[in-house]
Design a protein around this ligand. Structure first.
Ligand code: MN
Length: 743
């Protein structure tokens, strides 16, 4: 490592030199007192950062000075922003407080610094938090767009001076930059900054490709410059003959945009033809801007054949970010397509520096596209329902897309992203128009809501008061506004349906004698695996959960019923018990008492005579007979001892009980026939069903049979096991409590 030698005197001189350069860059906007303000900010910044150094070893103050320089020179911002840029890191990194700033520079500066301090941590944690922070950042933007512009200048300088950062930090900053800052710069009309941010990110994220394209561009530099000179020569001559003053030059496209083209079209570097664009910058008085631009267009296209599909008129309809220009693609002297951009000096400044430059020309910016855009952002942010992540996605979509211009029936112009549909247009007119839209007429022809609008379409929306927003609308609308409105409306609709569902559920639970209370609603929500009780109500209203489902829930929960209900039960249980006890013995004899006492065999364990059993008194279904080894037995006995009745079978052969047998063996011709012969002929047992599965010579089957008692069953099993090829026969129950009857 080289030792860092610091020459403090030389540094002091360098700081002052940079400060003077900053003053020169801001000269055009300086008014009385401005210089003093900037000086004060500079001194505070120097003093508070005096012990800090950047990763490169340089004094930290170089950074705020550079950010202020970018703000002044490359974005065209004024004194307030320069002051804020100089101070942008002091509150966060030094002892200077926001109150100090307010005392020295006033409320406005303090507010912007506060905004800059708050958004500095935007990307520090997990993604959803990022989205939430991003939303906050945009809220700040809605307050004062200068916060974002200074933030962009800050980011640009950090990206320019990133080589001393550790690799992981470089990658992190780069990905944030392409993900958010570059699109934001684009949206704000800062094309030069946007391109540079993209190139710098690519330099770190795709080092090899970046260096490869850079090298290729350098190799062809001389050839390209010759071509540009040949192309420009005749144009310049004719323009001058016609009295038009213009700067014409060939501007290389950014490495990032060349790489994008290579990827998008899957072509090698050599086949990317538009490595540069020719720019014609006219020096025209305001009243002649448009006619001069078209005059220049006519001259260029007289010299070179234009591609009719490639004319873009951003002068008659500027982009929402203020961009104005005429674009055309013409066939150059060597049979190569060349993009030509024609604009005036004013338009060029707006194109390079974005809206900050626009303000310079237009005192009142109340009707500007940026204000419209910021209003739109505000409107979206005000919607409390919008999910931060969704919002970010929709918002980014809107950041990237180009605009189309659509006319209302009365001829008003509406700007929409290029892939917008008729429904987006409806929502853009008014959210109520969107919500009740049933169709549209595009250029007097009826089209569906999902119709993709084309630039220049005239659209009339057809509405119906019966219409409400539909879920599938979300599949084709693209504007963040339409999406947010549809989502909040669907949510409202769901809430309304859930309200009805709540009443329906209350009635259904009442009929099942389940108390309607928070506890039970929670249990039901959990049982049906739903995220909220609102979803439960909604599913009930929609019939997705019906009485049958609720009964199943009840069966599964039978054991844990409610206190008030228990009282009623107790009475029923007592009366049943009295009934049984009146018969000399407190043992329930199954078979004999059949007619007098209402009992059923439990379906969970399918008891048959001979099994050890007990009776369980239920509320609505009388006494249920379970096997003592039933999987539910322990739970029932432990919780409801008072409802247990001793029970015993009386021998009774004429009654048949259904039970199941699982049979395994080696598949053999006629095996099933042999089995059924044993069951039906030898044993005279009725079969209810037989299912057989045979796989690779292994036979597996289940047979449901009616038997009289366990002895009867045991004998059947013994006989079946004697059949040739059978390896095992086991009894099973519908519940999992099967047990091996024989080994
Ligand atoms: Mn900074």
């Amino acid at each position: 490592m080289k030792e860092l030698v610091i020459d403090l005197e030389a540094e002091k001189a360098e700081i002052l030199k940079r400060y003077r350069a900053l003053l020169r860059a801001s000269k055009s906007t300086l008014q009385k007192g401005d210089k003093r303000m900037i000086r004060k900010a500079f001194e505070i910044a120097v003093e508070s950062h005096k012990d800090m150094r950047r990763k490169s070893g340089e004094p930290y103050i170089y950074h705020p000075i550079a950010v202020a320089q970018i703000a002044a020179e490359e974005i065209g911002l004024g004194t307030t922003s320069i002051v804020c840029a100089l101070l942008h890191d002091v509150v966060e990194d030094t002892d200077v407080t926001l109150d100090d700033i307010e005392r020295e520079f006033g409320k406005k500066v303090a507010k912007i610094i506060d905004g800059l301090t708050k958004i500095s941590g935007v990307f520090d944690t997990n993604s959803s938090l990022q989205a939430e922070n991003f939303r906050k950042m945009l809220l700040t933007l809605a307050d004062d767009v200068r916060v974002i512009l200074i933030k962009l200048a800050d980011r640009l300088h950090n990206m320019r001076t990133m080589e001393f950062m550790p690799r992981d930090k470089q990658l992190k900053l780069s990905s944030e930059t392409v993900y958010l800052y570059a699109p934001l710069a684009h949206r704000l009309g800062l094309y030069a900054i946007k391109s540079e941010l993209e190139d710098l990110s690519m330099k770190y994220m795709e080092r090899e490709t970046y260096q490869f394209i850079k090298k290729k561009l350098n190799e062809k530099k001389a050839e390209r410059e010759k071509f540009i000179a040949d192309f420009i020569g005749p144009v310049k001559k004719v323009l001058e003959e016609q009295g038009l003053h213009a700067d014409i030059f060939g501007r290389p496209k950014s490495i990032h945009s060349i790489w994008n083209k290579m990827k998008k079209k899957a072509i090698p570097f050599e086949e990317v033809y538009d490595l540069f664009a020719i720019r014609v910058i006219l020096d025209s008085p305001p009243e002649q801007e448009k006619s001069d631009s078209w005059k220049a267009y006519s001259i260029v296209t007289d010299l070179y054949r234009p591609n009719p599909d490639r004319l873009r008129d951003w002068i008659s309809s500027p982009k929402a970010n203020g961009y104005e220009s005429l674009h055309t693609t013409v066939m150059g002297p060597r049979g190569q397509w060349v993009e030509v951009q024609i604009r005036t000096k004013r338009m060029n400044e707006i194109a390079e520096k974005g809206f900050a430059a626009h303000w310079k020309y237009k005192e009142s910016s109340s009707d500007s596209g940026l204000d419209q855009w910021i209003n739109k952002v505000r409107e979206l942010l005000r919607n409390p329902d919008s999910n931060a992540l969704d919002f970010l996605d929709d918002f980014k979509m809107n950041l990237f897309s180009d605009e189309i211009f659509i006319f209302t029936p009365k001829g008003a112009l509406i700007q929409l992203p290029s892939n917008a549909t008729a429904l987006d247009f409806a929502f853009e007119i008014h959210s109520d128009v969107g919500a009740t839209c049933i169709g549209a007429k595009v250029n007097h022809k009826l089209v569906p809501l999902s119709y993709n609008l084309q630039n220049g379409d005239q659209v009339e929306i057809i509405t119906s008061s019966k219409q409400t927003p539909k879920e599938d609308w979300l599949n084709f609308v693209v504007t963040a506004k339409a999406k947010a409105k549809i989502k909040s409306s669907l949510k409202e609709e769901k809430r309304r349906i859930a309200e009805d569902g709540k009443e329906i559920l209350e009635r259904k639970l009442k009929s099942l004698k389940i108390t309607y209370n928070t506890d039970n609603i929670q249990k039901l929500t959990f049982y049906f695996k739903l995220p909220t009780s609102q979803d439960l109500f909604y599913n009930v209203a929609k019939g997705i959960i019906d009485l049958k489902d609720l009964k199943e829930y009840q069966a599964s929960e039978r054991v844990i019923e409610n206190k008030p209900q228990d009282k009623i039960e107790q009475e029923q249980v007592q009366s049943l018990l009295r009934n049984i006890k009146a018969k000399d013995s407190d043992i329930l004899l199954i078979g004999e008492d059949m007619q007098k006492i209402d009992y059923k065999l439990a379906s969970c364990c399918n008891p048959i005579p001979g099994d050890d059993v007990f009776g369980f008194i239920t509320v609505n279904e009388g006494i249920k007979i379970h096997r003592t080894n039933c999987p539910n037995a322990a739970k029932l006995m432990a919780n409801y001892g008072y409802r247990i009745v001793k029970a015993r079978w009386t021998t009774q052969h004429e009654l048949a009980f259904l039970t199941g047998l699982r049979i395994k063996g080696i598949d053999d011709v006629g095996l099933i026939n042999k089995l059924t012969t044993v069951i039906s002929n030898d044993f005279k047992v009725n079969m209810r069903s037989i299912t057989v599965d045979s796989d690779n010579g292994i036979f597996e089957g289940t047979i449901m049979v009616y038997v009289n008692d366990t002895e009867h069953l045991d004998n059947l099993i013994k006989k079946l096991k004697q059949v040739k090829g059978i390896t095992s026969v086991t009894r099973f129950d519908s519940a999992s409590a099967s047990f091996e009857k024989a080994s």
